[in-house]
Design a protein around this ligand. Structure first.
Ligand code: AMP
Length: 542
């Protein structure tokens, strides 16, 4: 027997309509690329989204067309999120930090018809525009006053475009499984792959990420996503903010410690979100200047494993809850969140911070298992590690315009490429990316665990561990260290620090010092680049 409930489609336009109806006066504050601070309400945002939607239709943008964005976290980008998807087109966010040749590949692969770009990215686009095959026009996200001279062809001014159209529009209704937005994975090897989200996956994911034991969003929350709107749609937090009436503060291009601290303090931000590299910078700024953000209750962290020292600094020095989550572009991105069960709160610091380094439990909507190389499920004993596989309504079922995916199995599980243990309390702990594990004499060594230890050395600012070729053991760990300012630890001091803390055979063979680590487009350490740089290192040592 079928239930007798209405079958209303879950559409992104309903999120912005709901925000305008239920929280018309809640604010969205944005630092603009032009420099000033811009304020608007959800009511005003909805009207501007409708003007934009009418403008897109007038440009000839149709159902399913891809419209690209190269933009910071600014209010016009937010308007594009809702305006493009609202009319059934696909909002394709592009990462400006990628190599230009990768950008060209992605824009051509997606067949973007129009690109909406911030002023900052005009030179970038000018350098590649002649290679973009499907591109019909470029909209510069500024007003008439700030419109620059440009060699780009078919250029429009965002404000002229939006303001010349009416805000009267009934959003079209269509199948909730229709494509809504598109993000390409960072793809350290091979070509980037497109993950094509649907309206349904986005709305369901919003419900999940807004829950108390995830981002905990609502009217009382003031959220500043540092995570870029071009990195998995800022973890899809802007959609969830509209769903829950969360006040949004968008930092624009000013992402240094001082600018973030000033904006967060002025707007009384309560929750912020980003990758560990961002928090490393902010923590250093606070430690150097004695400043912090008194209103800040929680920092959401994901994208790569945060060092334990970072978790301890936020919680012990500044009294800010550090909430560790795991996910990926293919998962919209939310997979697991680490929230301590009541019984864990009384744990001694040492044990509690060890638990907080884990990536957490799956949220409802994500099924998760670990498997061995023959795809057999492994026990949840906190010791046995295997590849994480996931399944759920906001996990990608295939890549955009790829005929087959080696990552999907017949039962619909997606192999994440992450290696983890799961303990009896369902807490997942990532030990490595499959391709980053170091295999020494047939045994695996966790690079994340070694990096974590190195980062707890008082003279170490940043650390990465890679496997380098070794004649006897096939691979051995090499530690790359960025020392803290004005500190110059020796190799031996760092290696001695590992003694007694890990098995002797885990201790890296050598330490090399660098002034910085190569970071990818989303702020993660590029281990593939380090492996290239140090490919000969093992050979030289012998
Ligand atoms: P991306 O799709 O660029 O966001 O990258 C997803 C990958 O980042 C995952 O497959 C993990 O390897 C890594 N990752 C994300 N969150 C975490 C975390 N909390 N700890 C360790 N690795 C993470």
């Amino acid at each position: 027997m079928r239930g007798l409930m209405m079958d209303r489609p879950l559409l992104i336009s309903s999120l912005i309509d709901h925000a305008a109806a239920a929280f018309p006066d809640q604010e969205i504050v944005s630092r603009t690329v032009e420099g000033r601070l811009h304020r608007q309400t959800y009511g005003q945002l909805q009207r501007r989204c409708k003007q934009l939607a009418n403008a897109l239709a007038a440009l000839g943008v149709e159902d399913g067309d891809r419209v690209g964005t190269i933009a910071w976290n600014v209010y016009r980008h937010l308007e594009l999120y809702f305006g493009i998807s609202g009319i059934g087109a696909v909002c394709h966010t592009l990462n400006p930090r990628l190599h230009p040749s990768q950008l060209v590949y992605i824009i051509n692969h997606a067949k973007d018809r129009f690109l909406f770009i911030d002023l900052t990215f005009i030179p970038l686009l000018q350098s590649v525009a002649h290679e973009l095959k499907a591109l019909e026009g470029v909209v510069i996200m500024t007003d008439r006053e700030h419109m620059p001279e440009t060699a780009l062809e078919n250029v429009l001014c965002y404000e002229d475009l939006v303001l010349s159209h009416s805000d009267q529009l009934e959003w079209p209704e269509f199948d909730e499984r229709s494509a809504s937005s598109l993000c390409y994975t960072s793809g350290t090897t091979g070509n980037p792959k497109g993950v094509l989200y649907s309206h349904r996956s986005t709305v369901l994911h919003s419900w999940a990420i807004a829950l108390p034991d995830a981002a905990d969003l609502g009217l009382a929350t003031c959220l500043l996503p540092v995570v870029p709107m071009f990195h998995v749609n800022a973890w899809a937090l802007p959609y969830a903010a509209a769903m829950t009436g969360t006040k949004l503060v968008l930092p624009g291009p000013a992402l240094d410690g001082e600018s973030l601290t000033t904006l967060m303090s002025a707007e009384e931000v309560t929750v912020t979100a980003g990758v560990p590299t961002v928090w490393l910078g902010l923590l250093h700024h606070w430690q150097e200047t004695g400043k912090n953000v008194p209103s800040l209750r929680r920092v959401l962290v994901g994208g790569s494993a945060p060092p334990r020292t970072m978790i301890e600094s936020f919680e012990k020095e500044f009294g800010i809850e550090f909430r560790h989550a795991w996910g990926m572009t293919e998962m919209s991105p939310l997979g697991t969140v680490n929230v301590l069960a009541p019984s864990m709160r009384s744990m001694a610091d040492d044990e509690r911070f060890a638990v907080k380094c884990k990536q957490g439990r799956p949220v409802f909507g994500v099924e998760l298992k670990i498997v061995d190389e023959e795809d057999r499920p492994l026990p949840h004993d906190g010791k046995t590690f295997g590849e994480v596989k996931v399944r759920g309504p906001w996990v990608c079922s295939a890549y955009y315009r790829e005929r087959r995916s080696a990552s999907h199995d017949e039962d619909g599980w997606f192999a994440t490429g992450d290696i983890a243990t799961v303990d009896g309390g369902a807490m997942m702990h990532i030990t490595d990316r499959k391709k980053d594990l170091v295999k020494s004499g047939g045994e695996w060594i966790s690079s994340i665990e070694l990096e974590n230890l190195a980062a707890s050395h008082p003279d170490v600012a940043h650390a990465a561990v890679i496997g380098v070729p070794d004649a006897k053991w096939s691979e051995r760990p090499l530690l790359v260290v960025v020392p803290k300012k004005k500190r110059s630890p020796t190799k031996q001091e760092i290696l001695d620090y590992f003694k007694g803390k890990v098995a002797d055979w885990w201790i890296p063979n050598d330490v090399v010092f660098e002034t910085e680590l190569p970071l990818g487009g989303t702020g993660k350490v590029q281990k593939a680049r380090l492996r290239e740089l140090y490919a000969q290192h093992g050979a030289q040592q012998r």
